[in-house]
Design a binder for this molecule. Structure first.
Ligand SMILES: [Zn+2]
Length: 338
């Protein structure tokens, strides 16, 4: 994803904004480069961060009985697994292992799993990418679409614990909860490839998987069945704060934020605003209601997009809170569109 707001708070022009985006990323990459250069020579090698970190009592997950059945320990284990695969940019051996893991987990939950293999035109040439979609049928025609991306930034030793193993772990646990359950709306959970820019974030070098999915659904005529898109991306760090994303659909943002408020999470789902470019945009551009759940303050400074985005930054408690809000938001959307 990319911030459409300067880290210091200066509002930049919203999409299409290749200039502002490039400007922002130039600043961000400069910051990242400086950060790694300043790292002391004695800092731990990346491989050590694969070891299971100590979980402080503050990060301990709420029990599934308190989070609508969502098991944050399971979500955390999925994050740990993805990080252990190593860097997962498109076409890497590690992303293939991740795809196999997603497929085998989803199948084991009884989900119907669709795969879309496509060729993405990137500045590095044509790339083989794959969207993986778990489909839970409903008794009616309406569909709620949940999104996460499972690729990681193309950067050496970048393991992306928060960006975006966190939301991918959450969505795997959502699939376990939702697959096989009867409701009137169908729920599709899409695990997207190629969210990250392969060279530099622009409208054409970003959100490959999401653009592919939105275009494919439009072509098949299924896009009009989608009543709401709920995207999660970067939702795992401790002291998680999710601000209302400015371009997200207001009624859908209200539904999710009021659900969080009712569950007692108003200190996590806060009412400040932030603008982000992310996987929800291809759906918004096609007039499908969409909301982005993202820790926008995490974006634009380390450990974002640095080799310090490691498992020790992840709080199972945060994963559980986001999962609980998603479970209850899906229930609210089921009620709304039945
Ligand atoms: Zn990213």
């Amino acid at each position: 994803m990319s911030l459409t707001q300067h880290p210091a708070g200066l509002k930049l022009r919203y999409s299409p904004a290749p200039i502002s985006c490039a400007l922002f990323l130039t600043l961000a990459f400069a910051a990242c480069a400086r950060s790694s250069a300043e790292k002391p020579a004695t800092s731990a090698p990346t491989t050590q961060s694969f070891a299971a970190p100590r979980i402080s009592p503050d990060d301990a997950p709420l029990s599934p009985e308190k989070t609508g059945g969502f098991d944050a320990a399971r979500a955390y284990a999925h994050v740990e697994k993805q990080v252990a695969f190593g860097p997962r940019p498109p076409e890497s051996a590690s992303i293939r292992r991740t795809q196999e893991y997603l497929r085998s987990e989803l199948t084991s939950y009884g989900c119907q799993v669709d795969e879309d293999n496509f060729s993405a035109q990137t500045p590095l040439g044509a790339m083989a990418m794959k969207n993986i979609i778990a489909k839970v049928p409903g008794s009616g025609d309406s569909v709620i679409l949940l999104l996460t991306h499972y690729d990681t930034l193309r950067k050496e030793k970048f393991v992306g614990a928060n960006d975006a193993a966190s939301s991918t772990g959450v969505m795997l646990e959502m699939a376990r909860l939702l697959c096989g359950k009867k409701r009137s709306v169908a729920v599709w959970i899409a695990f997207l490839d190629g969210e990250e820019a392969q060279v530099r974030w622009t409208d054409t070098d970003s959100v490959y998987g999401s653009r592919q999915l939105a275009a494919k659904l439009a072509l098949s005529g299924e896009l009009k069945r989608i009543k709401a898109v709920v995207l999660a991306d970067i939702v795992g760090q401790r002291d998680l704060k999710l601000k209302r994303e400015s371009d997200s659909t207001p009624w859908l943002t209200d539904l999710v934020w009021s659900t969080a408020d009712r569950l007692g999470y108003s200190s996590v789902f806060v009412n400040d605003r932030i603008a982000m470019q992310d996987d929800h945009l291809p759906f918004l551009r096609r007039n499908v209601p969409a909301v982005d759940l993202i820790a926008g303050d995490y974006v634009g400074r380390p450990p974002w997009h640095t080799t310090d985005d490691t498992l020790d930054k992840i709080s199972p408690r945060s994963l559980g809170i986001v999962g609980h809000v998603l479970v209850e938001s899906v229930a609210a959307l089921d009620k709304k569109f039945r």
